[in-house]
Design a protein around this ligand. Structure first.
Ligand code: SF4
Ligand code: SF4
Length: 438
């Protein structure tokens, strides 16, 4: 049976049959078994072949083994028992999880990192749409994502053109609410954004049937900030040479943070950080000292899109940081915890989220400064910037990133890729050549 992605010591593959649960969600269980089988194989090949992983990364194997099974059961059980009100899915870091948590909901990320039902997708969206958008649409059309199927509400956002137009179709398939995100950072637009966050909070509390109170919102802010603090702590250890943890495991940690129970995850990430700090203290690394260190920048890498990190690290490099939404943009900034009223706290949430330097913003000078600062702080030998195919935003901004890297004297390479494996050989050759030059 394909209930789990991987077996591991901490969490042996469970005997529990999740097929009835998936069926009850309206999923295509045969196709889903195929998907899990393929992802499980990939996980084994990429993650379990790494040497000298920190022991605490067994938590990541636990997450991977439960991501479509135990975690979904847990969320549905919470809802059935009344411990949680609703499950609210979203596609973008701009949707504040604190607002959902404060209304008793469970916030989950729906970003999708594998091709699925592409032929069906292309009956509704242009062929030259980025793989991430095609993926979540294909997962919905193919009924293979338990997160999409268990979401009572999906919150989309007006960020890139591809997503905002795709949501017009997606909203015919799922219950959606769209938040409007300004594309310029200034004093006027931050006020517009604060209004949007308040409208969202109102919608969520109405939908969840539970008011957002000062107490519940303060608690939700603390839970999310604790998660960010743990991720910051882990990230800081990666400035050491040798790096104590791989980029692949670090990427998966953030991907897990977007889907797992936040309190459990925070504990596990603190355990990973403590082990990495101990490794740094004695000079132990996941790779030898002197391994070429890469800062990844660019489009987010949604589960199970581990391809490019695997390529970089199998080619002999080590990714020491991610300037992306599946990286530092998720945890770098905290929400100010000094507010005492719901209004003040929602403003603080809006201000924190408005610092996320997505390429949808123009101009995006802050992102360039962030990239250079991260490269310096993490002692990166080079920057590899990556865009998903047909992502006009990140593809175009790559030229600005290259200029910023050049001015800072940091070697730079840009790649464009998708979710298929056809370009793996060519990417490996390019990465190997880049590593040799830095
Ligand atoms: S890259 Fe932009 S659109 Fe994508 S998740 Fe991040 S903030 Fe949202
Ligand atoms: S990768 Fe680019 S095109 Fe695709 S959803 Fe993200 S911002 Fe939009």
């Amino acid at each position: 049976m394909a209930e789990t992605l991987v077996e591991n010591e901490q969490q042996p593959a469970q005997e529990y049959d999740y097929h009835p649960m998936w069926k009850s969600l309206g999923m295509n269980v045969e196709d889903h078994d195929m998907l899990l089988g393929a992802v499980g194989q990939m996980y084994g090949d990429m993650f379990l072949t790494q040497s000298n992983r920190p022991k605490a990364t067994s938590y990541l194997d636990f997450v991977a083994s439960n991501i479509h099974s135990g975690r979904i059961r847990e969320m549905l059980d919470k809802k059935e028992s009344g411990e949680a009100t609703k499950i609210v899915g979203s596609f973008c870091l701009y949707v504040p999880e604190e607002v959902v948590t404060a209304a008793g909901g469970i916030a989950v990320s729906l970003c999708s990192g594998a091709d699925w039902a592409t032929d069906k997708v292309e009956e509704h969206l242009p062929r030259n749409t980025c793989p991430l958008i095609k993926s979540f649409t294909g997962f919905k059309l193919g009924h293979v994502c338990p997160y999409i199927e268990s979401s009572d509400l999906v919150v989309g956002e007006n960020t890139c053109d591809g997503k905002k137009k795709a949501y017009e179709y997606f909203s015919t398939l799922a219950n959606m609410y769209i938040v409007d995100i300004p594309n310029v950072h200034n004093d006027a637009t931050v006020e517009v954004w604060k209004g949007e966050v308040k409208k969202l909070a109102h919608k969520i509390e109405e939908f969840c049937g539970q008011p957002i109170t000062a107490e519940s919102l303060a608690e939700a802010i603390r839970i999310a900030n604790d998660k960010r603090r743990a991720l910051q702590r882990l990230s800081a250890t990666r400035a050491a040479d040798p790096a104590p943890i791989s980029g692949l495991d670090s990427l998966l940690t953030v991907q897990a943070a977007l889907m797992d129970d936040p309190v459990r995850l925070t504990g596990a990430v603190n355990d990973m950080a403590a082990e990495c700090e101990a490794r740094v203290a004695v000079g132990e690394g996941v790779v030898p000292k002197g391994t070429k260190r890469i800062l990844y920048t660019g489009t987010p890498m949604a589960v199970p899109n581990w391809k490019f990190f695997n390529i970089i690290e199998k080619a002999g490099g080590i990714v020491v940081g991610e300037e992306s939404c599946t990286g530092s943009r998720y945890y770098r900034d905290l929400v100010d915890e000094s507010g005492t009223t719901v209004d003040q706290m929602l403003d603080a949430i809006a201000e924190r989220y408005f610092k996320i330097s997505c390429a949808v913003f123009t101009p995006n000078d802050q992102r360039m400064a962030d990239i250079v600062n991260m490269a310096r702080d993490l002692h990166a030998d080079g920057i590899i910037d990556c865009s998903l195919q047909f992502c006009t935003l990140y593809e175009t901004e790559a030229f600005t990133v290259e200029k910023a890297a050049e001015e800072a004297g940091i070697p730079f390479m840009h790649v464009t890729t998708d979710y298929a494996n056809e370009d793996a050989g060519q990417l490996t050759t390019r990465v190997e050549a880049f590593l040799e030059t830095i």
